[in-house]
Design a protein around this ligand. Structure first.
Ligand code: MN
Length: 323
């Protein structure tokens, strides 16, 4: 029996593990305590039992699922990256097929090669019915702002699906994190890495060349909602020859959208709404790394206008994913 909430809930930073992908994730999960790891593995490996029970318990209607990090971004070999992405996408499609009203899919993509990534995104969207892609950050230190990725962004724009830029470890950890593993990962460093990648896309002109391309950031925008004024102000002082068609802040909330995943605090949400607009903020949990009940209770009770709550919980996602 599904819990009935005031508002329908859609979530889309929700992760699973394709059988055989555990090796890629060892870099992250080796730090977990054994009992936490056992629970996490059971949750990641499951699609249709533990997960649906959890969704029902907390009134989550529909989830778009993605392979947990780093996935194929952790694969060194290009041809294997392609075959593994295809295999993961086919596996997910088969699982979704059993519960088409509860699950959608985000594609894994071999970003090692922009042409192959575009081809696999096209296949995933057109043949498997996926809703977009979720990519776990850089691919061995390559970021996606270079002109060699233009054909990929052209494909994203043409298919009219969003690209979820999910965190990963920095390719090389900056010295500032030396002897501080507790801040170089999920607590802080992933946000710095991922926000910086998003800013590379923005200042690299990706959204000038592909004005309707949409990139989603999790974790309340990885800190970016706090800094639009400073971005505009300091970019005008130090442009380094970079020309953008709009001021940096104008891409935030139009080309760059965010989810609330993993941030259940009123002040950052209100900042994000004020800086990016209510149309740009969407609910998500980051299952199974974050607690569904905490996320749902937060979004149901935080002090915001009811029409805004409805947009965050489901309305914006329905428009974005054409649900
Ligand atoms: Mn996540």
């Amino acid at each position: 029996m599904m819990k009935t909430n005031k508002y329908r809930k859609i979530t889309f930073e929700e992760h699973f593990m394709t059988p055989g992908f555990e090796e890629y994730s060892k870099v992250f999960i080796k730090h977990l305590k054994p009992e936490m790891l056992a629970k996490l593995s059971a949750q990641l490996n499951d699609i249709d039992e533990i997960r649906i029970a959890e969704m029902d318990k907390h009134g989550i209607d529909y989830s778009i699922l993605s392979q947990t990090g780093p996935g194929v971004q952790g694969e060194q070999d290009l041809s294997r990256a392609l075959s593994q992405a295809q295999r993961s996408n086919d596996y997910l499609a088969e699982k979704i097929h059993n519960h088409p009203t509860r699950f959608g899919g985000f594609a894994s993509l071999p970003m090692h090669d922009p042409k192959l990534a575009a081809q696999e995104l096209t296949r995933a969207v057109k043949e498997l019915g996926f809703k977009g892609a979720l990519v776990n950050g850089h691919t061995h230190g390559t970021y996606y702002d270079g002109v060699q990725y233009d054909e990929f962004w052209a494909c994203v724009q043409e298919l009219d699906v969003p690209f979820y830029l999910h965190p990963a470890d920095a390719f090389v950890f900056p010295q500032v994190f030396d002897n501080h593993p507790e801040i170089r990962g999920a607590a802080w460093g992933w946000g710095v890495e991922t926000a910086s990648h998003a800013l590379r896309l923005l200042f690299g002109g990706v959204f000038d060349r592909f004005p309707s391309a949409k990139v989603i950031l999790g974790h309340m925008g990885e800190g970016l909602p706090f800094i639009p004024w400073r971005l505009d102000n300091r970019f005008s002082a130090y442009p380094f020859g970079v020309h953008l068609e709009r001021s940096p802040s104008e891409y935030l909330g139009s080309n760059i959208l965010i989810t609330t995943s993993g941030v259940c605090a009123a002040a950052p949400l209100k900042c994000a709404l004020a800086e990016m607009g209510a149309e740009a903020v969407m609910f998500s949990v980051d299952y199974p790394y974050e607690d569904t009940e905490t996320a749902v209770n937060f979004i149901d009770s935080v002090d915001i206008e009811e029409d805004v709550r409805s947009m965050i919980c489901h309305g914006n996602a329905e428009l974005l994913f054409k649900l």
